[in-house]
Every structure is written in structure tokens, then in C-alpha cells.
Design a protein around this ligand. Structure first.
Ligand code: HEM
Length: 482
């Protein structure tokens, strides 16, 4: 009766019990985009018993994430995210409240501040340097490079050094299977657990399908890893003025008896924050670089133009350094175009509504789940000319950027839950790509043409290239000073 009085958003009919689950398919962002072409930019579906609003237009996204920011800024509490965040002690998946507000402030001011990003500059330069040197070996022997692997190792090394003070490659982190743990953790965060949607009986399904034990195993592996690193930090009396890693900062806060929402910060809070850094930072940065090189390999004109800009700006210097980056205008346009076509978090991180509000004239109830289809908006022919084509010039005289103010391009989200790691990750991505293009010319492996570059997407919390990208590096023909 109540629903009859409400003006609910349109949406596809749903089945009893499962709702619209059967319509999600292996790549839900693509299926939801197709459905929203039919039902409109504010669409209501049901996932099990959860009403879910799917937003697919910049106007509706602005309304939800800016006008009604406070009403839509919580997160749904899920089994996977709850377990891996030590019962919601993290910043990304915890529901809205005092704890989130205080932890978020701490992240913005302390952990991911510009000052902190700058303090990690030497790590970015060293890690990009070692990646370029390892690619140079393949160039010398004429061997194609698996770029997807290279970028993943780069972001993993960078993130481990930033957080733990040591890289992942060549340390026990590599031997203990750190990368597998991160990927499994990402899979668990992105998994659809039956308990989330069918509270009464879902747990039986989760036990039957093995999801429950997989999640427990993933939690235990990650927990052991954090524990070891925390103990190592406690046991070494290092004086690392100016070279503090994130664990150092968090342990200092614990020692200073820092409180979050009236509760003292403890080991579990530290571990939950580390989870956000690893599971938020490793895959996302790597997939952006991977998609960039794939698009450049398919579009030699763009590759040439980006490379020429870098080389004319940097000249004969061996390395592109951070001071050079502000001059690389075209590279920045290339990255906007990559974020348009390949935002890693295709549906952002789901929100949960707190209060009732009207969205484009429709009623949205509290406790509804909200997905924003950033991927769909990036490919909407009503918003972009020839949307499937890779044309960085479209941003040339446009004010649009990806920082959360232009709702047609929001790979980092918008509003109060916008990504706090943006500056940290973009500094790494720009430096790495600029050096990759400066040091080498890139060719497709023998027998391949531009049209053969596979652009299929693989399902995951960060949507990756299904087929890894392999390219042949040729040492740059221009003279580079040693
Ligand atoms: C290209 C790389 C990245 C992309 C595309 C990305 C994207 C996103 C998105 C879409 C959200 C949700 C925003 C919203 O709900 O409006 C988010 C949240 C978040 N991201 Fe990122 N992210 C990236 C890298 C990182 C890195 C490197 C870190 C940490 C070092 C990080 C930490 C976080 C955290 C902690 C949140 C939760 C914020 C909150 O709920 O208050 N992200 N990110």
C-alpha cells in the first residue's frame, strides 16, 4: 500500500526471492547500462530483498552525491567487507557516523595528505627506475614484456614500501604470496554473498558454495601478514625521520592514545586501514596503466603525440622527474580519456541511503543501495561524441576533470566519500607512464596489428584487462644522457 503511494523509479520486473540477480551477468556494469537505456538514468532493481537504485546520468549522480550527499553517504554492511575490515573499523566500508568522520579526517590530513604524498617521492622514483631498468633488459634481448605484470609489480612494490617500509618483490612478502592474498581479498570484497541478500537462509548457501571458508582463509592470511609487519615495526627501533611509513604513523598514534569516536585506536583499527590501502591501491593503479598502454598500442597517433610531448619537454635527460609532469599536458588528456573509458571502479563503491529523498522526482527510501554507473556514463553517446573512440583531444578546451566536480567523469567518486587516495595514485601513474614512453618506443609483438589488441574486460572490484597486455620495447632512438 505504501509503495503504491510512492513514486518509485522505473525498473525491470523482478522475480520472487532473487529479484533481478539473474539479470546482472558476469559484467554487471554492462548489463545495468543496457537496462538503464531502457528504463532510464534512475532505475530501481532488487537484489534479493535489497532495493537498489542504479544511477546512469551526470544529473542524477550530481543530485545523489552532491545535493543529497548526506542522505546517500553510508555504505551497505556486507559479509565480505565486514570480515576483512575487522567489523567495519576501516574507512571505505564502514557506515556513516562519528567513527567514519574522524577516521576520514585522519586519512585526509595525515595518511594521504599532499605532504605525505610528497614524502614518498623518492619511493616513486626508485620503483619507476627499477621497472624501467627491468624493461631495458627485455629491450636488449628483443623480448616482449607482459605490461600487466610489470604494472602490478610496480604498484605492489610502491604500496608495500609506503605502508610497510619494504617492497614486495625480493622480500618474504613475495615468498608468502602477497599478490595472491591481495587478489583473493579483492575477490572477496567484490563477491556477492548470499547472506547479504537473503539474511535468513543465505548463510547456508555461503557454506555450501565454500564462500564462507574462502573468506575466512583470506581474512586469516591477510591478518597474519599485517600482524608480522606490525610486530617487526614494534621490535625495530629505527629512527626514520622524514621516511616514516604508514605503519610507523599508525603505531605512533596508538602510542599517543589517539581516540576515534571516543574509542582508543588499537591494532585492529590499524589492520583495517592497511586493508583499505592494499585492496584500494594495488590493483586500481595497475589497471589504469595497463588500459592506458593498451589504448596507446591501438592508437599509434596518440602514442606518437604523447611520446613527442614528453621528449620535447624532457630533452636528453635520462628520467622524467616530477617537476616535468606539469608540462605534460597531452599525457594528462590521455589519462582523462582512459578514466572515461576504463574507470577501475566501474560502479564506484556502493552507497547506502540514510534518509528518504527525492531523486529526479522519484522516491528513494532509507537503506536502499546505490550504484553509480561511472562506466556507462563514460560511454553515453548523449554525453560524448563518438564515445567508443579514444580521442584525448576531446578534453583539450574542456574544464572537465576527474576530481569529483564534473559528474560525467567521476572515476574517484564524488562528495564526502570521494576517494582520498587520488593524489597518491595519480602521482605514481603519471610518473610511471611518462618514463615508460620516454625510455622506449613500443611495438606490438610480431604478427599482431592494432586491431588485435584484446580489450575485453575481466570481472573484479577493479575491472582489469581480461587478456594481459604484451608489448615489445625498443630502446628510445633519441640520445638519452646517462
Ligand atoms: C586509480 C586508482 C583509484 C581509483 C580509480 C579509486 C576509486 C575510488 C572510488 C570510486 C571510491 C568510492 C568513492 C565514492 O563512494 O564516491 C574510492 C574510495 C576510496 N579509496 Fe580509492 N581509488 C583509487 C586508488 C586509491 C588508493 C591508492 C587508495 C589508498 C592508498 C585509495 C583509498 C580509498 C579509500 C580509503 C576510499 C574510501 C573513502 C570513504 O569511503 O570515505 N584509493 N576510491
Amino acid at each position: 500500500f505504501n509503495n503504491k503511494k510512492k513514486n518509485l523509479p522505473p525498473g525491470p520486473p523482478s522475480l520472487p526471492i532473487i529479484g533481478n540477480f539473474h539479470q546482472l551477468g558476469p559484467l554487471p556494469h554492462q548489463s545495468l547500462w543496457k537496462l538503464s537505456r531502457r528504463y532510464g538514468p534512475v532505475m530501481l532493481i532488487r537484489l534479493g530483498g535489497t532495493p537498489t537504485i542504479v544511477i546512469s546520468s551526470p544529473d542524477a549522480a550530481r543530485e545523489a552525491l552532491k545535493t543529497h550527499d548526506l542522505d546517500s553517504c553510508s555504505r551497505p554492511q556486507m559479509v565480505g567487507t565486514g570480515r576483512l575490515s575487522y567489523d567495519s573499523l576501516d574507512v571505505a566500508f564502514v557506515e556513516y557516523g562519528d567513527y567514519w568522520r574522524e577516521l576520514r579526517t585522519l586519512c585526509v590530513l595525515e595518511l594521504f595528505s599532499m605532504k605525505r604524498v610528497q614524502s614518498f617521492r623518492y619511493i616513486r622514483e626508485e620503483e619507476v627506475g627499477s621497472m624501467i631498468e627491468s624493461i631495458a633488459k627485455s629491450a636488449e634481448s628483443g623480448t616482449p614484456v607482459n605490461m600487466s605484470e610489470k604494472f602490478m609489480a610496480l604498484t605492489a612494490n610502491f604500496t608495500c614500501r609506503v605502508a610497510f617500509g619494504k617492497p614486495f618483490q625480493g622480500t618474504e612478502l613475495e615468498d608468502e604470496g602477497f599478490m595472491d592474498m591481495v587478489h583473493e581479498g579483492m575477490a572477496m570484497l567484490g563477491s556477492f554473498s548470499a547472506s547479504d541478500y537473503f539474511p535468513q537462509l543465505g548463510w547456508i548457501v555461503d557454506r555450501f558454495t565454500g564462500l564462507h571458508s574462502r573468506l575466512e582463509k583470506s581474512f586469516r592470511n591477510l591478518d597474519d601478514l599485517y600482524q608480522k609487519v606490525i610486530e617487526e615495526h614494534r621490535n625495530t627501533n629505527k629512527s626514520n625521520e622524514g621516511k616514516e611509513d604508514i605503519v610507523d604513523v599508525l603505531l605512533k598514534m596508538e602510542k599517543d592514545q589517539t581516540e576515534l569516536a571516543g574509542v582508543r585506536l588499537k591494532e585492529d583499527n590499524i589492520k583495517a586501514i592497511l586493508m583499505n590501502i592494499f585492496l584500494g591501491g594495488v590493483d586500481t593503479g595497475a589497471v589504469v596503466m595497463d588500459w592506458t598502454m593498451a589504448e596507446l598500442a591501438r592508437n599509434p597517433r596518440v602514442m606518437r603525440k604523447a611520446r613527442e610531448e614528453i621528449r620535447s619537454c624532457v630533452g636528453n635527460k635520462k628520467w622524467v622527474v616530477e617537476e616535468d609532469l606539469s608540462g605534460l599536458k597531452y599525457l594528462k588528456l590521455v589519462l582523462k580519456e582512459v578514466m572515461r573509458l576504463h574507470p577501475p571502479g566501474v560502479l564506484l563503491i556502493p552507497r547506502e541511503t540514510i534518509g528518504h529523498f527525492k531523486l529526479s522526482g522519484y522516491d528513494v527510501d532509507p537503506k536502499s543501495c546505490v550504484y553509480v554507473n561511472a562506466w556507462g556514463m563514460g560511454r553515453d553517446p548523449g554525453l560524448w561524441e563518438r564515445p567508443e573512440e579514444f580521442v584525448p583531444e576531446r578534453f583539450e578546451d574542456s574544464p572537465i576533470d576527474y576530481k569529483g566536480n564534473h559528474f560525467e567523469l567521476i572515476p574517484f567518486g564524488a562528495g564526502r566519500r570521494r576517494c582520498p587516495g587520488m593524489s597518491m595514485v595519480m602521482a605514481m601513474i603519471e610518473l610511471a607512464l611518462a618514463n615508460v614512453l620516454h625510455s622506449f618506443d613500443w611495438e606490438l609483438p610480431e604478427g599482431m596489428t592494432e586491431g588485435d589488441v584484446n580489450m575485453e574486460e575481466g570481472a573484479g572490484l577493479a575491472v582489469f584487462k581480461k587478456v594481459p597486455l604484451t608489448l615489445l620495447p625498443i630502446k628510445a632512438s633519441h640520445k638519452i644522457d646517462a
